[in-house]
Every structure is written in structure tokens, then in C-alpha cells.
Design a binder for this molecule. Sequence first.
Ligand SMILES: NC(=O)c1ccc[n+]([C@@H]2O[C@H](COP(=O)([O-])OP(=O)(O)OC[C@H]3O[C@@H](n4cnc5c(N)ncnc54)[C@H](OP(=O)(O)O)[C@@H]3O)[C@@H](O)[C@H]2O)c1
Length: 283
Amino acid sequence: MPVPDARAAGTVRLADCDVPRLGYGAMRLPGPRVWGPPRDRDEALAVLRRAVELGVRVIDTAWYYGPDVANELIAAALRPYPEELVLVTKLGGARRDDGSWYAAVTAAELRAGCERDLRVLGLEAIPVVHLRWMDQPDVRFEDALGTTLDLRAEGKIQRIGLSNVTLDQLEQALAVTDVATVSNQYGLGLRDDQPVLDRCAAAGIPYLPFFPLLAGGGGADDRLAAVAVRHGATPTQVALAWLLARSPVMLPIPGTSRVAHLEENLAAGGLKLTEEDLAQLEG
Ligand SMILES: NC(=O)c1ccc[n+]([C@@H]2O[C@H](COP(=O)([O-])OP(=O)(O)OC[C@H]3O[C@@H](n4cnc5c(N)ncnc54)[C@H](OP(=O)(O)O)[C@@H]3O)[C@@H](O)[C@H]2O)c1
């Protein structure tokens, strides 16, 4: 199996840089159900530092992971941030005191989330912010997008990305702004979002599939296991290699709280699937 190195996955253009096409998602750093302190704080910090050592340049996070836990760990592990690191946060969700999730896309909620990201991450401006869309009564997508554009005009965010959006919403956004990234759910076992991925590929927009392992089926899919055996790899690595082979704009952000899993995931960048592998996986 190749050594873990995000750069082996090749690069895609994001935020005026060529970034490796394997990133890291920080959602698994807080405690169970993405709530409260990490299982092992030292390991959480080690995961973040090792990710950067192994070439990761895109880290996906959100103030509502914890809340504030993922962002606090990122700041503790990585400040001063490497110049070429692209932190990607998201606005549009929130948590109740019992840990349950809800949509928070009013102007006041988006603004409050942005201030929280800036404060805890210790940034003056966030490199990329995903407007994470969830339907909320009385809030239109274009209004939430308008608030995000205002935040960019105020210098609080540098680039706008979109998450959990339809093709129509992507087109609506593209009519009024550049879109830095799109992050929707996609994996071997869940390919409904293919039209959005195709549109991103046509426009050169990096596509960050969320739940790349969970939506990919992880080890549960027999096809992944069969291909993995041929390469001396793990099913998880094959799920990631399949995503990378699927599109030149694909930039998976697998989440983990463990250094061993991080290294396993980043080694997938060097796993090249054959036509036979791809046919078997997609059959
Ligand atoms: N935009 C959005 O709405 C949205 C929604 C969801 C997620 N996200 C982002 O997408 C990222 C990825 O999603 P995710 O973390 O929820 O799901 P994921 O990457 O598909 O899977 C993560 C799960 O797989 C386990 N795992 C990771 N590597 C493994 C390996 N090599 N072998 C076995 N198990 C492994 C992790 O547990 P361990 O900790 O034990 O490794 C964790 O339970 C998140 O971290 C988050 O940043 C965005």
C-alpha cells in the first residue's frame, strides 16, 4: 500500500492555490454525536497536526461541531496557520442544548455563526464559508445567499461555497457570484447528486463530498472488499480512491478522530484503480 500523502491524489484549484485532492473533515473530533469534548484530546490534536504534515491543505469544520469543539482544537493544533491551509467552515446549522440539530439560515443566525467561527478559529476572515442550506420556514435561499454575500463584502469571509444545494440553487448562486466549492452528499452507494457534480466539473469548482465513507458504504459493500483484496488495500481506501477517480474536481474530506485512520485514508490518494476495478465497483 502507498505511503500516506494527500499530494498523491493530485491537485485541484481552490482559493488561488493548487490544493491536494484529499482533505480532512473535523466533524469526528468532538465527542459522540458531534457533541462535547473529544474522546482523547491529545489524539485529536495529533490528527490535525499529522493531517497537515501529510499534505492536507483543506480542512472542513463548523462552529456547531461540538459546538466550538472542532474549531477550538483546530486553533490549538495549528495556529499560527500554515499560509497554504484553506479552512472551510459552514453556516446554516445550529444545535439545541440536547445536541439535536436545526436549520439556522436567517441573517441573524448566519451572522452570529460567522462571528463565532472568526472568534474561536482566531481569524480575521474565513478563507471559504459554505452556505449550508436547510429549509427553514420563511427564509428563502436567495436571502441566505444575500447575507453570505454581505459577509464577504464586509471582509469577514473570503470566498463563498455552497453545501446541501440542488442544481437549481447552484445555478442561482452562479448567476450572482463565484462559487469556490460545493459540498453535497455523494459516495459509491449514493450518487443522486451526479448532476451537481457534473456541473462543478464543467465549471472547475472543487466538490467536497460529505459522508465520503458513510455514503460510500465503508467496509459494508462487498464490491469494495473484493477490489480492496486485489490491491492489498482496505475497503475504506477503495471507497476514497473510487471518489477520486470519479471526477477531477473531487476533493473528499474523510472525517476521523484517529491518527491510524487518517493515515489509512490519506494513503488512498496513491491507490490507482484499474478499468476493471471501476467496472466491478459500478456494476
Ligand atoms: N456540509 C455538510 O453538511 C456536512 C455534513 C456532514 C459532514 N460534513 C463534513 O464531511 C466530513 C466527512 O464526513 P463524516 O466525518 O461525517 O463521515 P465519513 O468521513 O464518511 O466517515 C467518518 C466515520 O468513519 C470512521 N472512519 C474514518 N476513517 C476510517 C477508516 N480508515 N476505517 C474505519 N473507519 C473510519 C470515523 O470513525 P473514527 O473516528 O473512529 O475513525 C467516522 O465514524 C465531516 O468530518 C465534515 O467535516 C459536512
